[in-house]
Design a protein around this ligand. Structure first.
Ligand code: IPM
Ligand code: MN
Length: 374
């Protein structure tokens, strides 16, 4: 199935081309740590990873004037998987939209046809106390947000800003979805639910928006093919509330681009820190992009304070979904789990002081040690 076997060609050589996009802010720090770990993992599992490091986002704007240079895009297209750290910096806020780092990311998603963004949110036992929510609310949380990624209000037309004759401006975007766009993302959610607890909750705003009405009709239609899956619908305002009220009611949350962006940040905090959450962006063929849900955190960049775990777990998703290297993925996840069980934490996971507080590089070294001993 799509999610398990993105890369179905059977390779005898176990030789993979990975494009590494370090991006901006904390990106280079978490990317270095993840790279070192992947090199060790490759040795352990007899794999060859050919890394191609390319510039992207703000750093690419600085060197080329373009957040997604053609050479970077082509290298991504030619690779088996793309591993991305984070992009963005407020210093580019005043640039025209097409020159901003975020536009590079949207273009990358669009060019690679990555319409499905998979964001798993699972409580890590050792981190239960790091969450700002009570333990009994979050203990059993194990959900996946399936976010549509190449449509909706992020990409809809018309959009823009116009000057008004009477003075002032009007700015607008369009939230639009076609049958086809809804059907294909709904299919991903149902197929994923089949392998989980068989529940899909579709999140929309069908009480107000025409686009959501179509969304709901098409999701119901697709759901008819999956009789064993229970399907329900929540309006996005209610879903936002339910996520902090009783998040363990959710299995697969299916939603559009903008609602998914918001809901997945909220869901991330259930785990204690957004610094923990990985994601996979997939299309119907070609390489996927694997990236943390968090941003580039320019305020802590260069200080060795960042939590590299979301990127390391994104690398695990890359191994599992993108490269079908299940055992290597499992070992990587186990190593992260063990390091957290030992009590090691980056500062985002601790309130107050702790003797086990580590920097970005150091927690990477602990993960490496555990990995080598597995
Ligand atoms: C995300 C990010 C991006 C998005 C930004 C950086 C364009 O917030 O991946 O969730 O809005 O999709
Ligand atoms: Mn986001």
């Amino acid at each position: 199935m799509f999610i398990d076997t993105q890369n179905t060609e059977s390779k005898t050589m176990k030789d993979y081309k990975i494009t590494l996009l370090a991006g901006d802010g904390i990106g280079p720090e978490i990317s270095n740590v993840t790279h070192t770990i992947l090199v060790a993992l490759a040795n352990k599992h007899d794999l060859t990873f050919n890394f191609d490091k390319k510039c992207f986002g703000g750093s690419a704007i600085q060197s080329t004037g373009n957040p997604l240079p053609e050479d970077t895009l082509q290298t991504c297209k030619d690779s088996d998987a793309v591993l991305l750290a984070a992009i963005g910096n407020p210093k580019f806020d005043s640039l025209p939209r097409e020159k901003r780092p975020e536009t590079g990311l949207l273009r990358l998603r669009s060019e690679l046809g990555l319409f499905a963004n998979i964001r798993p949110v699972k409580i890590i036992e050792a981190l239960i106390e790091s969450s700002s929510l009570k333990e009994d609310i979050i203990r059993n949380v194990d959900l996946v947000v399936v976010r549509e990624l190449t449509g909706g209000i992020y990409f809809g037309h018309p959009k823009g800003r116009i000057k008004l004759e009477k003075g002032g401006e009007r700015a607008f975007n369009t939230m639009s979805y076609t049958n086809h766009e809804i059907d294909r993302i709904a299919k991903i959610a149902f197929e994923l639910a089949e392998k989980r607890r068989k529940k899909v909750c579709s999140v929309d705003k069908a009480n107000v928006l025409d686009v959501s009405q179509l969304w709901r009709e098409r999701v119901i239609n697709t759901g008819k093919k999956y009789q064993d899956i229970s399907l329900d619908h929540q309006y996005v305002d209610n879903a936002a509330m339910q996520l902090v009220r009783s998040p363990d009611q959710f299995d697969v949350i299916l939603t559009g681009n903008l609602f998914g962006d918001i809901i997945s940040d909220e869901a991330a905090m259930l785990t204690g820190s957004i610094g923990m959450l990985p994601s996979a962006s997939l299309g119907s063929s070609g390489p996927g992009v694997f990236e943390p849900v968090h941003g580039s955190a320019p305020d802590i960049a260069g200080k060795n304070l960042a939590n590299p775990i979301a990127m390391i777990l994104s690398a695990a998703m890359m191994l599992k979904i993108g490269l079908n290297e299940i055992e290597a993925a499992k070992n990587l996840e186990t190593a992260v789990d063990k390091v957290l069980k030992k009590g090691f934490r980056t500062s985002d996971l601790i309130s107050g002081t702790s003797s086990n507080k580590l920097g970005c590089k150091e927690i990477g070294e602990e993960i490496l040690k555990v990995l080598e001993a597995l």
